[in-house]
Design a protein around this ligand. Structure first.
Ligand SMILES: NC(=O)c1ccc[n+]([C@@H]2O[C@H](COP(=O)([O-])OP(=O)(O)OC[C@H]3O[C@@H](n4cnc5c(N)ncnc54)[C@H](O)[C@@H]3O)[C@@H](O)[C@H]2O)c1
Length: 250
């Protein structure tokens, strides 16, 4: 049994992970970390120093302000950390890469297997279409989401940038400049409303034809399923930075 410390245990994703882990024979959540210490089926602590249970792996769906402390906890206890929190700063991404030299770290802005397939498909499409099509990304999320654009939209843009032969720049604020669209840009747009779980559409707009590749998540469970699968995947892994494409390949 893999003993998991769940960071953000009383949040929306924390609750989804609890439901998914309940049905999984390999994973057991033995402790939680959250500012909200409402009791549940395991103890929830408001300070990582208070965790007394033996922990094999961390699953984190909390807040970027906690990421540094969670990485330190993983490093000090020599256990894998699955960081699913989004909105990390560039410095935090660098820290994550630096820590992964000593600690097994799994990081993915989107834990859904479907989104990772979408990334694969849009990279293939970008190779074929790059010279004649403009690329725009539109993401939609619920009205409680804090960061914009989503970490997934940025991950899609980064994957396209790594694929095409030119070096695109990202255009977030089209309203702030009055000028025509440049060829070497990827427009990234965020929509917030209602309880939309997560939608990402990549638009390839050419002359007289448009291709759209879209993924829609209708429930948060898809991310929780991915996180629990990642806990199993990471068990026994050595130091390194892992992501969903490593998991999907295995
Ligand atoms: N990678 C993915 O696939 C994926 C999918 C969904 C959500 N997310 C990300 O996961 C994170 C959590 O999402 P959510 O919808 O569950 O949010 P949420 O607000 O419902 O839950 C966050 C939890 O973290 C706790 N928390 C926040 N700040 C804290 C602090 N300083 N100390 C202790 N606890 C603190 C809150 O009390 C809350 O219980 C977000 O960053 C979100 O974007 C990632």
């Amino acid at each position: 049994m893999i003993n998991v410390l769940l960071c953000g245990a009383n949040g929306k994703m924390g609750n989804a992970v609890r439901r998914v882990a309940d049905d999984n024979d390999l994973v057991s959540i033995v402790a939680g970390f959250d500012v909200n210490t409402d009791p549940c089926e395991f103890p929830v602590y408001d300070d990582l120093a208070k965790v007394s249970e033996k922990i094999d792996c961390i699953i984190d769906f909390s807040h970027p302000s906690l990421t540094d402390a969670i990485l330190d906890y993983a490093k000090n206890n020599k256990i894998p950390a699955i960081i699913c929190t989004t909105g990390l700063s560039k410095e935090q991404i660098s820290k994550l890469e630096f820590y992964s030299r000593e600690t097994p770290i799994f990081f993915s802005a989107n834990m859904s297997i479907g989104v990772n397939l979408l990334i694969d498909l849009v990279c293939k499409a970008s190779k074929v279409l790059e010279s004649n099509f403009d690329i725009e990304i539109v993401e939609k999320h619920h009205n409680q989401k804090l960061d914009a654009p989503s970490g997934t939209a940025l991950a899609i843009a980064d994957a396209i940038s790594d694929t095409v032969s030119y070096n695109p720049h990202y255009m977030f604020d089209r309203h702030s400049v009055r000028q025509k669209r440049e060829k070497a840009e990827i427009g990234i747009h965020a929509v917030r409303g209602g309880n939309i779980v997560g939608e990402h559409t990549v638009i390839f707009a050419g002359c007289d034809e448009v291709i759209e590749v879209k993924h829609s998540a209708t429930s948060k469970e898809v991310f929780a399923v991915g996180a629990v699968r990642a806990a199993v995947f990471m068990y026994g892994k050595g130091p390194g930075l892992y992501n969903m494409s490593d998991l999907v390949k295995e």
